[in-house]
Design a protein. Structure first.
Length: 295
């Protein structure tokens, strides 16, 4: 990833004093049940890290492909972005698979994808870019999906410097990316709402993240509207040791008003945005996280 000037003429922020990067940068996967606000939280975290001076790459791994617009890319530009997995030429070049090639042909299992950010990512701001990976077609029994091979290689290739951040917005659950997520991702942000189904999926996601070797797992419960919701979370979130920390995000009308993008929220002082910034601090300082702290 390389730092570029903001097309709006705003210089990148200096390295902030609030967030502390690890020596190898930060790799964060955002997961949870569909419809709980994963993409919104991914976009807000991306902007918060960028404002603190980090170079940020936000990766859209959700087949719905809404992250670019949520980050603030105009819809007409976002609609022209070609997902990596749908670029037939790139897929053929890197994996040897593609149109007019026999399904039984040889497949390159470790393709060189060092050029993927330069070729496919779109600038959102001077130090914030978005990369749309696109969906992965589920392979049949005994068949290795070439799109999955390519996306796995992309995730494994990206090695970060100290001031760089990768955020991966995923479909529901981590199974979609399997061991590719474990390769270097040290933090999982599991998003839920107070409902039984969402918190059940959150617990399953946390268990799978641990199996994949991700040690820092944060539960974010979105759209908490009243005290009774806090009690539901305490009852349904499971054992306190399943998560490094639990953060509650109050229901915010500003989020609904700003839809589909999050940029208007960044200048608003609210409990919701203070909790988002607290989440960013928790991500960068896992040793300071306390078990099951409800904000």
């Amino acid at each position: 990833m390389s730092q570029r000037e903001d097309p709006r003429g705003v210089p990148p922020a200096g390295n902030g004093h609030i967030l502390t990067p690890g020596k190898d940068g930060i790799r964060i996967v955002i997961t949870g049940k569909g419809g709980v606000g994963k993409t919104t939280i991914t976009a807000l975290l991306a902007h918060v890290f960028a404002q603190e001076g980090f170079r940020v790459l936000a990766i859209d791994g959700d087949p719905q492909q809404n992250l670019a617009v949520t980050l603030g890319v105009p819809p007409q530009i976002a609609g022209q972005i070609i997902p990596v997995s749908e670029s037939v030429a790139y897929l053929r070049e890197k994996t040897g698979a593609g149109q007019n090639i026999s399904p039984g042909g040889l497949l390159t299992l470790n393709p060189d994808v060092s050029d993927v950010v330069d070729r496919f990512s779109v600038e959102v701001a001077g130090n914030l870019r978005v990369l749309v990976m696109g969906g992965v077609r589920r392979a049949g029994s005994g068949c290795l999906c070439p799109e999955y091979t390519l996306l796995t290689a992309i995730l494994r290739h990206m090695r970060l410097l100290k001031d760089e951040v990768i955020l991966l917005d995923t479909p529901a659950g981590l199974e979609h990316f399997g061991r590719a997520v474990a390769e270097g991702f040290t933090c999982a942000v599991v998003v839920a709402d107070p409902s039984f189904n969402a918190l059940s999926v959150a617990r399953e996601s946390a268990a799978l993240a641990k199996q994949l070797g991700i040690g820092h797992i944060i539960l974010v419960v979105n759209r908490v509207g009243e005290p009774a919701d806090c009690n539901k979370v305490r009852e349904r979130a499971g054992r306190s040791d399943e998560f490094s920390k639990v953060i509650l995000l109050s229901f915010a009308a500003d989020v609904v008003a700003a839809e589909p993008e999050v940029c208007p929220l960044l200048s608003i002082e609210s409990d919701f945005m203070r909790a988002i910034k607290a989440l960013a601090v928790t991500i960068t300082n896992p040793s300071e996280s306390r078990l099951a702290e409800f904000l």
